[in-house]
Design a protein around this ligand. Structure first.
Ligand SMILES: [Zn+2]
Length: 340
């Protein structure tokens, strides 16, 4: 994903204007919320929420298993093996699975395979929630000081979100939700142009699997009431903020999810602070598929990029994965599914 400073899409100006108008209002209201009784926030006034079963041990194992395939870079054997692994696991957990295979053209003109895997629960139910993540590994480490042309192993930026989705699938098989749920594993998110090759011709080369899925949903006229994107959701000490695009398209839903996290005791991970816009898969899902979707993504003020230190470096490996973070995110998303 990237910050919107590189955005070249036509309506970026419009978004900026809207933000300039609304950010002060949003910030003012978020400050106000902090001083008030927290039950005033979100759409629910519930004071408690049932703690769903979610195993961080199994989410950790699912992260490790993806990493063990090697960097899941589009066009490599690791990509094929990992896609087959998702399909096999999701079928074993009782989901209806669709595997979308296509080719997409990346920033340098190369055509690479793109494999989106979609797992559906209660496919006949109209009221649906869509939970998604990208699963590919970035082919370069352009934020690192060394070996910048080598792919990252992407334990956090790719594997962590997919691991949480797999554990959610395992839990949904054990306890069927009332609503329909689609778990969407999106490919070729992170093949955007590396910083060291940046030129004037930058286009929409991030989130290519998502752009394909938006144009070719796994079922015709697919609709979900809301969507949740997970991105970099497994690292030690991660903090998730009110990201700008999410707050533009689905502010009430985002506050509800953050409120669920707080009720579960994870307020230290889910912070109620508005941060700048990220061009991530949810941007295209909001724009193209018109599903109001939020991004649970790790942000920090300790780096210039606003992303954690390991972002797009070789430090994004199993050493930074923390079961506590996996637990906080997994439980929050599952509680949102069961209480939607
Ligand atoms: Zn990334």
């Amino acid at each position: 994903m990237r910050l919107d400073k590189h955005l070249t899409i036509n309506n970026v100006q419009l978004i900026k204007i809207i933000l300039i108008i609304f950010i002060p209002i949003l910030m003012a209201s978020s400050c106000k919320i902090k001083r008030e009784d927290s039950s005033a926030e979100g759409t629910s006034t519930e004071k408690t929420i049932a703690k769903p079963e979610f195993s961080a041990d199994s989410a950790y194992l699912f992260t490790q298993q993806q990493v063990d395939f090697g960097a899941r870079v589009p066009g490599t054997p690791a990509q094929q093996k990992c896609a087959a692994y998702f399909e096999q696991k999701l079928r074993a957990y009782g989901a209806s699975v669709v595997v979308q295979k296509t080719n997409v053209v990346v920033y340098n003109g190369k055509s690479v395979p793109c494999i989106n895997v979609i797992a559906s629960y209660n496919p006949e139910v109209k009221r649906r929630l869509m939970i998604c993540t990208h699963w590919d590994a970035r082919p370069f480490a352009d934020q690192d000081d060394s070996a910048v042309a080598k792919p990252i192993i992407a334990a956090d930026d790719g594997a962590s979100g997919s691991a949480i989705l797999l554990e959610i699938a395992r839990q949904l098989q054990k306890k069927n939700p009332e609503i329909g749920v689609d778990l969407v594993f999106l490919d070729v998110e992170d093949y955007g142009q590396p910083e060291y090759e940046l030129n004037q011709k930058q286009g929409d080369f991030y989130c290519l699997g998502t752009q394909y899925w938006c144009r070719n949903p796994h079922v015709p006229n697919y609709k979900a009431e809301n969507g949740i994107l997970l991105d970099m959701v497994g690292a030690k000490g991660a903090t998730f903020t009110y990201e700008g695009v999410s707050m533009q398209y689905a502010p009430e839903f985002m506050k509800q999810v953050w409120r669920n996290a707080e009720l579960l005791g994870y307020g230290n991970f889910f912070q109620k602070e508005l941060t700048d816009q990220i061009i991530d898969d949810h941007y295209y899902i909001n724009q193209m598929a018109k599903i109001p979707t939020i991004d649970i993504i790790s942000r920090t003020y300790t780096t210039r990029s606003g992303f954690p230190k390991h972002w797009h470096t070789h430090e994004d490996n199993m050493n930074i994965i923390d079961k506590l973070t996996l637990q906080a995110v997994g439980e929050t998303v599952l509680a949102t599914i069961y209480n939607f």
